[in-house]
Design a protein around this ligand. Structure first.
Ligand code: NAD
Ligand code: GDD
Length: 328
């Protein structure tokens, strides 16, 4: 029998790629979102536009049997969106409501289990002050002290999914994603994350010129390419391990190093101008001991290979936009 999947947030970056992956595996897929994917036609068999904050709408989209349910819909963005404080109430209200609704509906419809995408943003700020030695082991989560309301909502919701496992015998799975990047992700407009923002800025710059970077550039992060994010997501969903578990890369770099790699890919010499901006934690890196133990797999692709594909795609978007602007 054909397997079926429901992907909430299928108009977004990770959800859009997940739909393609599930279609390659032969699934019948229903995607749900407020919007269609902005950069490519959806490959979902059925794509329903609607608001997952509306419980009635959630009941409608869960009206059939699904073998797998992925809940990726959230009010989210990069540092320029979640660390300014301007969207805190919306981020918490919107994302928590989606998770409360979808869990209630799926439990009542006897869905076996759901996948939930939490974030590394739920880890305590005090363990991420040293850029060279951040601690993001899964068991370092408590006592909790995330540095953003986005992180607090993720922490609440991951607990909610696990409470449904205990009290309603569901088989929910929780991953903590660490900064996922790749083609067809948001690359401008304010919600883009550092890899996309840096690719855009490098693509727009002329060799010998300068690009603006928020902070002193010595803050550290690791970035996971979309294909490995999907691999981890699917392996966890189909495993006996409920998580929470990190799905991220262990290749930590400074933001200055990120810029240098992208500039090298582009073949441009650029001066970095460090300016004030929303910064988030000083350092963050995935700790992949648990995922390795529990799933017998962990991400391993080098950052540069993912950046090559991402830069190529973003450079094309930048060129296309400037051609359109010139023609207008
Ligand atoms: P995204 O913003 O591209 O996708 C999220 C999608 O959810 C969007 O298309 C949005 O329209 C949709 N959505 C928001 N509110 C909705 C509503 N009320 N009803 C229906 N749809 C709604 O983000 P993404 O990068 O694809 O992230 C997917 C998930 O992974 C999110 O839960 C995010 O918090 C989590 N996550 C992502 C990263 C990352 O680096 N991309 C890191 C950690 C966690
Ligand atoms: N976005 C962005 N744009 N960040 C920049 C820029 C820029 O032009 N220049 C420098 N940075 C710095 C930010 O100040 C921050 O210190 C670092 O690059 C990383 O920024 P982001 O990639 O935007 O976000 P993040 O890593 O702090 O948090 C992201 O990852 C989480 C999971 O690890 C967010 O996308 C969260 O939503 C996500 O959950």
């Amino acid at each position: 029998m054909t397997k079926t999947a429901l992907v909430c947030g299928a108009g977004g970056f990770i959800g859009g790629h997940l739909v393609k992956r599930l279609k390659r595996e032969g699934f019948w897929v229903r995607g749900v979102d407020l919007k269609f994917p902005p950069f490519a036609e959806t490959e979902a068999d059925d794509f329903v536009i609607g608001d997952l904050r509306d419980q009635q709408f959630c009941r409608q989209i869960a009206d059939r049997r699904f073998d797998e349910v992925y809940q990726l819909a959230a009010d989210m963005g990069g540092a320029g969106y979640i660390f300014t404080g301007e969207h805190d109430a919306d981020v918490m209200h919107n994302s928590a409501t989606i998770n409360l609704n979808m869990l209630d509906v799926c439990q009542k419809r006897n869905v076996r289990g759901m996948f939930y995408s939490s974030s590394a943003c739920m880890y305590p700020e005090h363990n991420q002050k040293d850029p060279n030695n951040p601690n993001c082991a899964e068991d370092s989560a408590y006592p909790a002290a995330p540095d953003s309301e986005y992180g607090w909502e993720k922490l609440f919701s991951e607990r909610l999914y696990l409470a449904y496992n205990r009290n309603h015998a569901m088989r929910n799975r929780v991953a903590r994603y660490h900064n996922i990047f790749g083609p067809e992700g948001t690359w401008d407009g304010g919600k883009e994350k550092a890899p996309a923002a840096v690719c855009r800025k490098v693509a727009q710059a002329t060799s010998g010129g300068e690009i603006e970077i928020w902070g002193d550039g010595t803050q550290t992060r690791s970035f996971l390419y979309i294909d490995e994010c999907l691999e981890g997501t699917i392996r966890l969903t189909r495993s006996d391990f409920e998580g929470p578990v990190n799905v991220g890369s262990e290749e930590m770099v400074t933001i200055n190093q990120l810029v240098d790699i992208v500039a090298d890919i582009a073949g441009k010499k650029l001066h970095k101008k460090h300016i004030p901006g929303p910064l988030g934690v000083r350092g963050r890196n995935s700790d992949n001991r648990l995922i390795g133990q529990k799933l017998g797999w962990k991400p391993s692709a080098p950052l540069r290979s993912g950046l090559e594909k991402t830069y190529e795609w973003i450079e094309r978007q930048v060129r296309r936009n400037s051609t359109r602007a010139a023609a207008a």
